[in-house]
Design a protein around this ligand. Structure first.
Ligand code: HEM
Length: 432
């Protein structure tokens, strides 16, 4: 692709790039991602060069550059997760590229179209209703743990089988936890390849095999609407198993619980309490959720690998470099959003009404999240039932957010719930 008057990406001392393992900044990034990004952004601008996972990595932190990357007009990038996550997840849509990806994506997209999911949406409503009914009242509860238990139930029953027993769910949860510990030990393992086979990672691979066995059995005997859809849309049974593994592993429940916790915390602030009335207006309810997803994306960013020298946002991206897009930073780009760090859902009906696709929480462009609309529906249903049934007060101080691997307050946030009225589903709300 032509480069015109483009400039190389500013590096933190170009020599760093050739330092091999010693120059790697993965651990520094992993420990304090925001500090890592903010410091370099201040020194080198919104596009800068670092070194992650033992590869020269160009960081994109502004909305326009992220948009250019994710739209990948020149088809110069492949997805950047395969080299360090393939083994732990197996062959699924996220790792495909080119024509194989296009075909697999087309099939799976139709599975996630909301009009094909009536049974799943009924399951979601009922699970939320039951969870709210069983909420412990008048005693301090960890918000994130509480929401994760709901999110885990939703993902298992929706993506695997609504008929799972309590014992099966417990077994899957235990395996998911072991599998998750293998995923989060990866950046360190990549930096120090000789510790790759330390016991946590080996155990995670064993947990993956057991999870696949369980998924195989459920898929053959009592699949959910989505699991059956995935099975008929995938070219091989192995691909169906691996896609379902991705959907039921801890990643998705953690992301859902992260948004639920962030919503609760934003709506707890005295200046935001007034937004709790949003349930009477479905469009505004969506704006409240979108605003929270803008400020607190569960995943800090994503990654691509450049396969052909190209230019992004006026900067040359050499072949073989990784490109990390920082959703968290781009979602707070002050060139797009006034007062970018403020929770202001009104912005979506005023100055940012045409910018809804400039929230990078679910990625963007052709590879945007396939579950985005489903997640939106789940969160709308949850927030609507939650706000119409429960009151709450946050009883612990929120000192710090950790942004990796999934965004949430570093310490448990304790919340005391109290009852408001019986739960109301969003459809019932609309009728009143
Ligand atoms: C709050 C919940 C979720 C968040 C924040 C989220 C976020 C994301 C992001 C950022 C990407 C883009 C990765 C990239 O291009 O670099 C993505 C892709 C993807 N997501 Fe989600 N996701 C969520 C829930 C779901 C659910 C519920 C499903 C399906 C059950 C799902 C399935 C996928 C798949 C299959 C892809 C890969 C798409 C492709 O490569 O074509 N996600 N997700």
């Amino acid at each position: 692709m032509a480069t015109g008057s483009s400039s190389p990406v500013p590096a933190r001392g170009n020599s760093k790039v050739s330092l091999g393992l010693l120059g790697d900044e993965s651990v520094e990034f992993w420990r304090e991602p925001l500090q890592y990004v903010e410091r370099r952004k201040e020194d080198y601008g919104e596009v800068f060069l670092g070194r992650l996972l033992n590869k020269p990595t160009i960081f994109l932190t502004g909305s326009s550059s992220v948009k250019e990357l994710l739209n990948d007009k020149w088809r110069c990038f492949t997805i950047g997760y395969k080299e360090f996550m393939f083994e732990i997840f197996g062959d699924n849509l996220i790792f495909h590229d080119g024509e194989t990806w296009e075909q697999a994506r087309e099939g799976l997209e139709s599975v996630f179209e909301l009009q094909n999911l009536s049974q799943s949406l009924d399951t979601v409503k009922q699970l939320i209703k039951d969870h709210i009914k069983e909420t412990p009242l008048n005693s301090p509860t960890s918000a994130y743990t509480h929401f994760k238990s709901l999110a885990t139930q939703i993902s298992m029953k929706l993506f695997l089988s609504p008929l799972l027993t309590e014992d099966e769910m417990r077994e899957i949860t235990e395996l998911m936890t072991i599998h998750w510990h293998g995923i989060i030990s990866l950046p360190v393992n990549i930096k120090l390849p000789w510790v790759q086979w330390k016991s946590g990672y080996g155990k995670a691979l064993a947990a993956k095999e057991k999870l696949l066995d369980l998924i195989r059995t459920k898929l053959q005997t009592q699949p959910s609407e989505i699991a059956a859809g995935v099975q008929s849309s995938c070219d091989t049974f192995e691909h169906s198993l691996n896609n379902i593994l991705l959907f039921v592993t801890a990643l998705i429940p953690k992301a859902l619980a992260s948004v639920m916790t962030s919503l609760l915390l934003e709506l707890s602030k005295p200046e935001n309490k007034r937004y709790c009335d949003c349930i009477s207006d479905e469009t505004f309810l969506e704006d409240v959720i979108l605003e929270c997803q803008r400020l607190w994306p569960p995943f800090f960013g994503g990654r691509r690998i450049c396969t052909e020298k190209c230019v992004i946002y006026g900067h040359i991206i050499p072949e073989g470099h990784a490109v990390a897009y920082m959703s968290y930073s781009a979602n707070r780009d002050n060139k797009v959003f006034n007062d970018p760090n403020q929770f202001q859902p009104e912005r979506w009906r005023n100055e940012n009404k045409h910018d809804r696709d400039l929230v990078w929480t679910f990625g963007g462009g052709p590879r945007r999240c396939i579950g985005q609309e489903l997640v939106k529906t789940i969160l709308k249903e949850w927030l609507s039932q939650f706000l119409s049934s429960l009151n709450w007060s946050v009883t612990s101080e929120i000192k710090k957010y950790k942004l990796l691997p999934v965004c949430r307050p570093t310490d448990d946030v304790m919340v005391t719930f109290s009852s408001l009225t019986p739960p109301t589903s969003i459809n019932n709300t609309n009728k009143t």
